[in-house]
Ligand binder design. Sequence first.
Ligand code: CU
Length: 389
Amino acid sequence: MKSISNKLASLLLTAGALLGSAAHAVSDLPGGPAVRQLNLAPPATRIAEEQHFLHWMMLIICTVIFVAVFSVMFYSILKHRKSLGYKPATFHESVTVEIIWTIAPFVIVILMALPATKVLVAQKDTTNADLTVKATGYQWKWGYDYIKGEGEGLAFVSTLDASHRALSDNGAKGDIPDNYLLKVDNPLVVPVNKKVRVITTANDVIHAFMVPAFGIKQDAIPGFVRDTWFRAEKVGDFYGQCAELCGKEHAYMPIHVKVLSAEDYSAWVNAEKKKAAAKADDPSKVWALDDLSKRGEKVYAANCAACHQPNGKGAGPIKALDGSATVLDADHARQIAVLLNGQNNGTMPAWKQLSDTDIAAVVTYTKNSWSNKTGQLVQPAEVLALRGK
Ligand SMILES: [Cu+2]
């Protein structure tokens, strides 16, 4: 008896946790999801506002029609049923009725289609953008390239925060931050009140770029470019996610857009430009083994450890790097080629978006870690020479 009631209690607790009322209270995330959110995300752009209006207008029209039609139907069925002795009318082809049931829906459809078309056309108008950013979907992260406008030339990759990933791997036990699985290392930063065109594409499979508060959702398709736009009307942080099932880590490629005032945005651009200049690696630089391996450790932790494990042992179909013949091979080209092109139809993804130095660093690191003690040093120039081959 006791154990049954215990089980029941834990079941109720689990149900409570699912509803969000467990001990670890999660609060609304401004610009992101709210606890027990029912409505669309609070709009931060005109387009999103208009989508709200359309949504509610259509819902109200449909509800009114639903109630009206079903009231008449049930009333007729009940009042005119055979058991009350009702004698049915037996007319055919009432022109009046036919005209009414043609005209009325037609007018309703037009009333709904006109404002919807207006918003749809506005959504698709990506001309005259102040800033153009390319968003590239990767399994499983987003790459952002500032193509045109203030910040042109900036490019970075935006990945889920490792601590959130670890929390998820542990079954989300403990304190859950409000931005759970939405925190990234490098958010997409844009200026407020400027038209931002987002060009979407992908590197491997179809992803989709979605930010509900902006009212945008656009597929990112390998080999194609699509675009969408937004003009954020308030500064703040806004969140979205990849919205196209893109593989097993689909839930781990969030989108964080940071909207800054014009001055803050300029300051951010300047700081990023300085950082990029400082970081810009000269692929002809000749590195020492220790320095490059240290750098490679970071590259490995950020990009490889999720699959190959921090101990290099891999898991299941993910081959171990510890002791791998490819990694141990004295011919550096063999492992560099795996990194540049991927392996086994992309189950090992290509890493050509990493810099020559990062690839050289991670290759050097794997060649000198765990039981791999090759002493081999791979210089960035070797990677550069093999690119595009
Ligand atoms: Cu995706």
